[in-house]
Design a protein around this ligand. Sequence first.
Ligand SMILES: [Fe+2]
Length: 494
Amino acid sequence: MYDTAETSRILVADDDTATRQVIVEALNYVKDCSTLEASNGAEALSLLSKHRCGMVITDVRMPVMGGIELLDRIMEINPLTHVIVMTGYPSIDLSVCAMKSGAVDFLVKPFNIDDLLHRVNLFLREKSTLEESVAGNRSKVVLRHIINELSTQSYIYDVIEETCNSNERIFQEMADTALKVSQGESCSLLLFDEERNEFRPKVTKNLSSEHTLDLQSPSLLSMLQKVIQDREACIINSFSGHEGPSSLILAPLRIRNRVFGVLGISRRKNGVEFTPTVLNYILSLTKRASLNIENNLLYESTYANLMDTLKSMAASIQARDHYTESHSIRVTELAVRTCEAIGGRPEDVESLKIAGILHDIGKIAVPDDILLKPGRLTEEEYEIIKQHPLTGENIIKPIMLLDRERLLIRHHHERWDGRGYPDGLTGEDIPFLSRILAVADSFDAMTNNRPYRKAMAVERAVEELRKNAGLQFDREVVHCFLTINKEAGHGSLQ
Ligand SMILES: [Fe+2]
């Protein structure tokens, strides 16, 4: 329960001495009311830590710490405090921000002093009612705080989820978000090199040019070592760097039980310290971000292993047919160049790099006497060869990561006029990247020796592509393919 003297005490914070004096003098006429004065938010917080006040009247623009930040801090320390915010520069955003942060009232300067006194008297009259219903109010205030915390937590979650595919972006966002939710001035994300036992700055952000985290400081380095050892986050309010005392949060970045870095946020102390609520936000941020970093690393290593396996499978065809592997490499290069020239997205290029290498992987199931037959294939033998896009698709079907490439492989022998295989798709129903693969594949097959025929001259292959544009091939793809190859110095292509 509040003590009456405490609730009747009013703190006035304004850097303008004249305004402050006018308010304080007016309040002295109010019965049972005592006052305290501060010239900025930090001074006000320092006074509030020693003297409990029922009401705070604060200006918005003040040096060191402004009124909105003061309001936030007061709501953390004692959310039942009545806060009146004054400003000479009103804006809707500012009023909304003050009200959302818990201000009871908002006054625009210059205001009538009687108006202020009226509000103070109202507050004092309602004080007794407040005292009676303090329990009820407290639960409302607690609820408001829970809602504030939840929305901050959800903000942290959203920011990290939106950047979840790239570790570089996660690192950047982690530093930005840490500064936002903590109202810190400087943030350093340090990666820890376990072998050399040293820290390497990955991201450094300083909102104030005068305030930075000094990584050369022996006391900071010893605290960083302690965070690595204990694997626990901490708030250090006794930290004194070369710029004077700072409040500091150090939080470990962990994958499983290994600490791979530390996130450090600091601000000049000036009577204001990081609170346990802020530490909790930073912990949520580092845990969520570390989890996504771990997922990305796992994905990358799984993906690399998988690609190695598939490449060795593709290479195993080479043991039987020396043509296939070098053909696959050339087809990939031609297809990628065409796709880039046509303005394909980076993910299209990546898909082609995989599908190009693997497009004929289904030939692994074609018997040697057919695959390596020097003469013309019979109809039955050709039917077996025609199975290879489906076999290739089936080989990589269980790998969900290659869902898109699976379709490119299935359709790399479709024809624009619908006379291709295995599905007889026509025109734009054929995946665009498969249409690129088809042109690159045919051109390379025509211009290289095969067991059943000699390589065709480039000029003739170009003629074939032109002749079949709009029949076998997508006209736009053929045009682009010939143009870029001419530009690359293959003059005979046009
Ligand atoms: Fe093929």
